[in-house]
Ligand binder design. Sequence first.
Ligand SMILES: C[S@@+](CC[C@H](N)C(=O)[O-])C[C@H]1O[C@@H](n2cnc3c(N)ncnc32)[C@H](O)[C@@H]1O
Length: 432
Amino acid sequence: MESDRGESFADLLPPLATEELAALKADIGEHGVLCPIFVDENGKILDGRHRHAIDPKAPRKVIKGLSPAEKQAFVFRTNFVRRNLSPDQKHVALRKMKGVAFALRKEDAKKNTQAQVAKLLGVAQPTVASWFSDTSSISSDNACNPRPDARVKVNPKVKPVIADRVAAGESQTQVAADYGVSQQTVSGIVAAETAKQQKGADRAKAAAMAEATIKGDDCGVKIGDFREVAETLESGSVDLIFTDPPYDRDSLDLFEALGIVAARVLCDGGSLVTYFPQYLLPEVMGGLGQQLRYWWTLAVVHSGARTRMREYGIIVGWKPLAWFVKGTRGDKQTWIDDVVVSAQEKDAHDWQQSVIEARHCIARLCPAGGLVWDPFCGGGTTAVAAKQTGRLWLTCDTDDAAVHLARKRIHDAAVAAVAEERTDAADGSQEC
Ligand SMILES: C[S@@+](CC[C@H](N)C(=O)[O-])C[C@H]1O[C@@H](n2cnc3c(N)ncnc32)[C@H](O)[C@@H]1O
């Protein structure tokens, strides 16, 4: 009796994408099933599960006498070239084919020479030779260990859509087929998106608690777009802008807008120091250089784990700080080292920078009692550094949660500073 499901072979290759299946349906509707469904002697489908799903009465052809591994090889031989697989899907299929090659060898090492295995799987003999010389990805039971191909990138905007489809009950295998990625990639995306949503919910809760604690004190952190907040600042009133705009290409226009605002609010000889990504150097320098004078680039050297930028083939060990001035640098007597060794701090914001370089620059580029402005507050690092170095500060952000959490962080830093002063004073009185 024929099985309708062919379950042991169905998942060797990904299903057709939804659009491909619709096209096949339309074709079968018009011309009928032209290619028969291949089944083994037990009725299990070796090839044609989609044709069978569309027309269960489609003609069948029985393939007899194949061993279990030969049946799997048949599936790959008839589909691997014919199917329009993405690089990620091919990568996974090839790893499975490697597992089948070893299974063929195990079944009959004498008969299944490299040439015979290549013929059964429909691949070149050197491919089979390379598989047999590298056993690293074959587990003990000869099953393959498919890992998604790191070259295949999923558009970040599509990731929530993928997670939503899976949450709505669609199978990961089908969603993977629709996006031309492996099922492992989809399950990784689902896990990451779920964690992101949870993190967002936790952050919103923490922000609400922070807001309740601060009770109306804005701690020098305004909510809003920096261009609007800048309108509340008098021309020439800021000594130093120390900041960190978002890094993505879509935010590039913020750098140009920042240059325009900085040229107005900075005092003569005042500085703008900003983080920027190396890959946007020409655009950032060009944008800011229209309004201000380029002065120098400082290097912030990472002390922790290094990021690998695969698309550039670079292990990143430092990040730049671009330094521009309005007019010319007012105070050249104060020396500043252009290399700062930093530390990783990520407890206040996803894109948080360390207070180390903020303090380094504020202490040398802003006079005592002067005003530091950070138009892109994030976790409030600049404000904390300004407080620690005895400067005034003002900062802002468009993200409400970031603002509430930054206010709380600044508030806590101020409380800690008072406690420290008291301890120092107490220690001093004991020494007398
Ligand atoms: C890279 S983060 C800053 C991180 C910060 N340096 C820290 O150490 O936590 C950039 C911040 O800019 C904010 N932002 C983006 N566009 C903005 C705008 N037009 N005006 C004000 N803030 C903005 C984002 O919400 C984000 O919090």
